[in-house]
Design a protein around this ligand. Sequence first.
Ligand code: PMP
Length: 427
Amino acid sequence: TAALPELPAVAGARLRVPLVSGDDIGYANLDHAASAPCLDAVRDAVDEFLPWYASVHRGAGFASQVSTKLYERTRDTIRRFVDARAGDTVIFTRNTTDSFNLLARAVPKNTSVVVFDTEHHAALLPWRGPNVHRIPLPGTRLAAVSAVDSALAACAEGPRLVVLTGASNVTGEVLPVAEIAAVARRRGARIALDAAQLSPHRGVSLRESDVDYVAFSGHKLYAPFGAGVLVGRADWLRAAQPYLAGGGASKVVSSADAGDVSVVWNHGPERHEAGSPNTVGVYALGVACEQLAANRAALEAHEHALLEKLRRGFESVPGLAELKLFEDAGDRVGTVSFVLDGFEPGRLAAVLSAEYGIGVRDGAFCAHIATRRLIGRTGVEAKQAVRVSIGLGTTEEHVDRLLLALRQIVARGARWSYAVVDGRWAP
Ligand code: PMP
């Protein structure tokens, strides 16, 4: 509509899907938090690069030179994207999960880790040992800051690390990152930010928020699968054993006594990037970051308008309860999960897909503890929830269609036949 700003185009916006009724309908993508559709600009850039991809740092061959240049240039793009400090290193990984596993292996052995038990499993599970403190997330942002403070006060001597999500993949609520980073700093701890859900919606500044590490995934940032990053302080990463052993990570390998080999490992980011890297994925991620950074204001305005419309509309759906982490108001990105009294989430998602052409996510969103706890607070009998997430591929019509679908489904009651009542979703 006229109120919404000009936005970069994404693939799939015009995709049509066949419904059970046999009709074709435009696909309403309300599942951006799972993976965001590829930007047209990213697809075009990848198309141009495809004839030239090669492994990086592998000699003077022309394709390797082209790939190396784009790969290393992307490190600078990422650096700008997260407003990194001069000494920060940019390591390319497969995704956020890979980034946190790498970091977990790189922290000094005696590091105490403080992490809310409601985190996504990628941030919750990689940490091991007696010094890991998984603490419950309190019901307000304010109390969350104090909880980290108290947990850090109780940690053993030695290095400390707080692991925190930027925006919840379940509720879209933004956590008080800068405030928790300040507490961490006062307690001599570092902080690692899971920006998988924050970075597609908000700018991230390591410098301003005083965050030590950040991780995110290309496939949630409007680029294809397979590339992610870990950015942050270089010292622990430089000192750690290489994440993978192999070519690229090793600088010099020579034969040693008794048939063994002696290895001099690289000290830069290549130390943790052994093997032929995903040059195409990395390049695509960089182009996506540039596009998002250049269109932040428009993207935020678009998502804000649609989120408001969606949440207002939810009030007209009987029996719908939103999941919420916090009682106090704060920023939130375009992701909302809900339960609908009397309707099983998996079947609800299936009906939305098959009868209305709407893509949502159902389940516990790889954040089982958070999802179960938040469903418990709604009083609705359910084990899982439905998640709706807005992004560049979402239009007002998609939101209208979802709201109408939910009202129609509730009106039909729990009769889960795929027979289309009165034809279709169209008002
Ligand atoms: N953290 C959060 C908050 C996420 O939403 C996700 C993806 N659902 C991840 C981490 C893991 O991302 P990936 O699957 O790309 O490793």
